[in-house]
Structure formats: C-alpha cells, structure tokens
Design a binder for this molecule. Structure first.
Ligand code: UN1
Length: 484
C-alpha cells in the first residue's frame, strides 16, 4: 500500500514511491512511501504559510489540547509504534518502544509549554514608559530529521514548533518513513487546522533542499551529519532565515583510575554499542587511566562476548542490525581504517552469520589507539569504540577535549572532586557522571559545543529561544487628557 504525504489537511500521492526495507531481514518490505516532488514541497510550504496567522494567534488552551491528545495516543500505541520503528530502523524492541513512549511524553511536556510562551514585563529606566518583551512565533518551520531516532527527534522538534505557535513542514529521513508516517497520521487527527502541519517524504537532495531554500520557511531545525548541517546552515543564513543544527559527536567517556569497574564497563557497553552505536551521543572514545586499563578492557571484552546480535524484534536480541547497507559500508570502511592505522582490533567487527539476510555486524573494540587516528576523530555512527590509554586525569581531560566536536561527554569516577573538575573543564554541551554518554531525560535541553551544534538548544524550555522571536516594546503612557 502506498503511504501518502500530508499537505494542507489532505493525504496526497507522491510523484514516486520508496520501498522501506527491514534491515533485520531484507526480504521484508515494510511498505511503499510517497516521494514528494518539487510542486508538493511548494504546496506544503504555501499551506504552512497560509495557516500561520490564525495558528499563531490561537489560544494556548487549543494548542495544549492538540499536543496532549497526540501525546496520549502515542503513549497508548507505544508497542505498535515501537514495533514499526524496530522493524525499519533495527534498534531492539525495548529501545524502540521506550523511544515511542519518550516521543509521547515530549508532546505532553510541550503541551504544557504552550501556556508559557508569554511576554515578560520589565521596569523601564524612564518614567511613564512601559517596557515588555513579547514572544512571537518564528513562522513556518522546516523540520528535517535523521533516521536514528525516527519518533523522538521529530517529536522534540514538531511539538515545540506547534506549542509556540509555528506551522510545520516535516521532512523525515527516507530510511524511516514508516515511523514518520505513523506519527504524522496521529498528528493529522488531533484537531489541527489544515496546513498547520505538513508531511513531505523523500530525499534530502530535493525535498530537503526545497524546504531549506524557500524564503517562506523562516526557520529550519535539523539533526544529522555535520557536513549536511553546515550546508543547510549557510543556505538558510544567506537568505536571512534562522537555523538550529544538531550535528555530529565523537563523545569521550573518561574512566578514572578510581572508577567502580562494573559501572565503567556498563557505561561503556551501553554507551558505545546499544542502538547499534547509531547515536550522535554514543561513546566512541573510551579514555582510560593506565592503572585500570587492563582490567577494564578484559571485563568489557568479557561482556561484549556475551552480546546477542540478531533480529531487532526478537526478545533475545541485545544489539540489532546496522540500519542500512550504506551505513554498514561506512562501518566496514572505518574498521579497515582502524586496522591500517595500527590500532589493535581487540574484539569484534566481524559480520554475523544469520539465517536471515540482514546487516548484522558484531560490535568492535579497538585498543592501543591514539587520539590523532581517524577512528578517533571522525564520527563513524556504528558499533565501534576505541580505547585511548592515558597516564593521568589531566591527560584524560586534554584528550577528551581534543576534538572538533563537543556534544556529550562522560566520566566514571568515585571521587567527588574529580567529578566536579571534569564537569567544569569538559568542553561539551552535556556531561554524564557515572552514566553512559547517551540517553538524556526528555524534558532537559539537548545541546552541544564546537561543531556539534549551532543555534539555541533543543528540548526543554530552552528551545523557546529558537521557536519564538522576541519583540521589545517601549510604550509611553499617553497623557491622561489624550487617553480615550
Ligand atoms: C539520546 O542519546 O538520548 O541523533 C538521544 C542523536 C541525538 C539524540 C540522542 N540527536 O543521536
């Protein structure tokens, strides 16, 4: 069955269709999804622009109701949504169901934020002048999302966009059209006026480009790779629009000599390999102090050897397949680069034989690596981690900060003083203490430093800075005699 785009309140056929393939079993075609042509992208943007004036003025109660309704339905259908997500993206059923629930809670969080986008008053320094800052919606927002969190990331961009009075043109990654379509279908029945929310599926090179380059799209919020983000950023900047970019990570997990070894191994295992390592918050650099280095590696390899790699929807599976053939090629390329750079392939990295044709790769651990190697500098986005041995805590921080990106960073230690120092000195948007570098609370802001992020943080109340624009109003009191 062809799943259509949603434009101006109608489901419309695409110019073309893309088959969505299950990475756990490539014989399984999930469905056929419409690809929007240039005219449909334009129609969606026009519909969002026409719907903007009324939606931006509608009561916060209406916005609350719509977002809360969406959140409730997502939460009540989390198993079904999680099943679709696991089937098309390859994360395990538990991870996928938890992501669906997270998406529902994000809608509910932003439902309440709809009441908080109000103006603020200040005391003027001048007598008889009133000073206020109004929060007005940004306008038409282009939402461009990646394949690795097909429900949560769209939720944390679409929900605040709507809560703060914007209209939306949503372009999901084509690899995960199934989850995006289900989400859009739920949104389409929640009571939004036509044109407030539009779905256009298809490739970044044309559908994404159409959104990014349209002068009617006031702002673009994007999560994905650093090169694509930078290119979107400069296109939107050149035409005077606003961008919010969440891009790559090369997240360090510092294991101090005083760490609880079981906590350290658990954080590394989950942070590096769960969700098949396909998270921009994954721990890809394990920076380990000398005194604990051997013990940490032995125990991590021990835990890795019992990981079960298999069909994402089988209850026995710990790690699902790589999401696509293209991503598997990237992973294999970096495994080769690591071997050629002289890193020791201590464990894993082999293709896993299965009775199903799927993209199964055993998680890999490199040891004896240096921070200058490409495997420690470039984002791989796969189940591959590298250990860098350091001789002191100071050196650990130096290595952790020696990166072009600064998204998430973790420390495992039992020393309150070291933890404090790590949190103070680490150049990252998010610091995780005795926790994996991935996995953030849904109501907290999400942000990175250096090349990881551009623009105001996502999520939490902080994203209001992106989804609204300030208008500063100085108003003189009229002399009593003239006031009507
Ligand atoms: C998380 O680790 O909780 O694309 C979420 C990503 C991030 C989301 C990570 N933007 O991996």
């Amino acid at each position: 069955m062809l799943r259509n785009n949603f434009i101006a309140g109608e489901w419309v056929r695409g110019d073309d269709g893309i088959e969505n393939v299950n990475p756990s079993d490539t014989r399984d075609i999930i469905d056929l999804y419409a690809v929007a042509g240039a005219k449909q992208v334009k129609d969606a943007i026009d519909a969002a622009a026409s719907a903007l004036p009324a939606w931006s003025l509608c009561s916060p109660l209406k916005r609350f109701d719509v977002l809360d309704t969406i959140g409730t339905e997502i939460i009540s259908r989390q198993k079904e949504l999680g099943d679709c997500l696991a089937r098309e993206e390859g994360k395990t059923l538990d991870e996928a169901t938890a992501e669906a629930a997270r998406a529902g809670h994000l809608f509910k969080f932003f439902a309440t934020e709809a009441y908080r986008s109000n103006s603020e008053g200040y005391e003027s320094i001048r007598q008889s002048v009133e000073l206020s800052v109004r929060r007005e919606p940004l306008g038409v927002v282009g939402v461009i999302t990646p394949w690795n969190f097909p429900l949560a990331i769209p939720a944390w961009k679409i929900a605040p966009a709507l809560a703060y009075g914007n209209t939306v043109v949503f372009k999901p990654a084509e690899l995960v059209s199934g989850s995006a379509w289900l989400l859009a279908e739920i949104i389409s029945r929640a009571g939004l006026p036509e044109g407030v929310f539009n779905l256009v599926m298809g490739r970044g090179s044309d559908v994404g480009q159409g959104i990014v380059s349209s002068s009617k799209v006031t702002g673009v919020t994007f999560t994905g790779s650093t090169p694509v983000g930078k290119s979107i950023g400069s296109t939107v900047f050149d035409r005077g629009g606003r961008v919010q970019l969440e891009m790559g990570g090369k997240n360090p997990l510092v294991i101090c000599g005083d760490a609880d070894i079981d906590v350290a191994v658990d954080c590394a295992l989950k942070g590096s390999f769960f969700s098949t390592g396909q998270r921009c918050t994954a721990s890809s650099r394990l920076i380990v102090e000398e005194s604990i280095h051997e013990e940490f590696i032995d125990k991590l390899v021990d835990r890795m050897s019992s990981l079960r790699i298999g069909d994402a929807r089988s209850p026995e599976t710990d790690i699902g397949p790589v999401a696509s053939e293209a991503q598997l090629e990237v992973d294999l390329k970096y495994l080769k680069i690591g071997d050629e750079e002289g890193a020791v392939r201590r464990f894993g990295g082999d293709l896993v034989q299965s009775d199903k044709p799927g993209y199964y790769l055993f998680p890999a651990l490199f040891t004896e690596t240096t921070n200058t190697m490409r495997i420690n500098r470039e984002e791989i986005f796969g189940p591959i981690a590298a250990v860098v041995r350091v001789s002191s805590f100071d050196e650990a921080i130096e290595v952790a900060n020696d990166a072009e990106v600064g998204l998430s960073a973790g420390v495992v230690s039992t020393s309150p003083a070291r933890i404090k120092e790590f949190v103070r000195r680490i150049e990252a948007g998010m610091a995780q203490v005795n926790l994996p570098t991935a996995g953030m609370d849904f109501h907290a802001p999400f942000t990175g430093r250096k090349s990881s992020s551009f623009g105001p943080p996502e999520k939490g109340s902080y994203c209001r800075e992106f989804f609204t624009q300030a208008k500063v109003v100085h108003e003189a009191e009229l002399p009593a005699i003239n006031a009507v």
